[in-house]
Design a protein around this ligand. Structure first.
Ligand SMILES: Nc1ncnc2c1ncn2[C@@H]1O[C@H](COP(=O)(O)OP(=O)(O)OP(=O)(O)O)[C@@H](O)[C@H]1O
Ligand SMILES: [Mg+2]
Length: 232
């Protein structure tokens, strides 16, 4: 067990307790996560590493309530998340959590501005409020000249910055990222890495990032390694 993984306290932002996950493969259960525990404090920056298939994305999805564990518990500021309905969790994610993935997953038929406005609109905010928040964030991320561009009219680095803006427009407490630089060239990847830490400092964000990138991992005060669904 990794010594950095400590026991749950009421101060924890996220506490995962004995989380296990299997996928059914015919008549067999494929156990992908095996009794993992983890606590993350507000303001932490955690990098999760491990070989392909180790269970990193599965764990990130469970911590981010995008998926439910087969066993174990996930708490957010002491509240048990697994007793909540899918609709309650969707609302919770919209307000508290931002997600960035390897591929930007922007909606191709919407402009950068409209993509960033989307989480606000889903939360029922007016178009003018959503626009104001999205514009401010796109300016903060130096994308003011790309607001009316569609995803296919932007570079990979710009697309990923728009995806980061979308993840942050609701001012979440925590930003999850799964290989956020995996699809970018070195220079753009470094710019995105820089941006994560700038945003963390400016907004007091908590970061939980999966990355294979050794240089990126070195910048995190806390690096956890997964091996075959357990802490290495
Ligand atoms: N929906 C699913 N059904 C069956 N098996 C799955 C499913 N999702 C993931 N797995 C399996 O679970 C294991 C862990 O997958 P996961 O995506 O968490 O790995 P990872 O560490 O993120 O790998 P990578 O670095 O390649 O992204 C893999 O063996 C994968 O094939
Ligand atoms: Mg993965």
């Amino acid at each position: 067990m990794n010594s950095e993984i400590i026991t749950e306290t009421s101060q924890d932002l996220i506490a995962a307790k004995d989380v296990a996950k299997f996928f059914q493969q015919g008549s067999d259960k494929l156990w992908v996560l095996k009794n993992l525990s983890l606590t993350v404090q507000a303001g932490d920056a955690v990098c999760i590493r491990g070989a392909s298939g180790a269970g990193k994305s599965t764990l990130l999805h469970i911590l981010g309530t995008l998926d439910r564990p087969s066993q174990g518990q996930v708490f957010y500021r002491g509240a048990n998340l697994l007793t909540k309905t899918d609709d309650q969790l969707a609302d919770f994610r919209n307000k508290k959590m931002g997600f960035v993935f390897q591929f930007h997953h922007l909606m191709s038929e919407f402009t950068a501005l409209e993509n960033v406005m989307m989480p606000c609109r889903i939360a029922g905010q007016s178009k003018s409020v959503a626009r104001e928040k999205a514009e401010a964030l796109l300016v903060e991320l130096q994308l003011e000249s790309r607001m009316t561009h569609y995803p296919n009219e932007m570079s990979g680095g710009e697309q990923q910055r728009v995806a980061i803006a979308r993840a942050l427009v609701q001012n979440p407490e925590i930003l999850f990222a799964d290989e956020p630089t995996g699809n970018l060239d070195t220079a753009n990847g470094q710019r995105i890495q820089e941006l994560f830490f700038e945003l963390k400092a400016r907004r007091g964000l908590t970061l939980i990032v999966v990355s294979h990138d050794v240089d990126f991992a070195k910048r995190f005060p806390r690096v956890l390694s997964l091996k075959d669904g357990q802490w290495a």
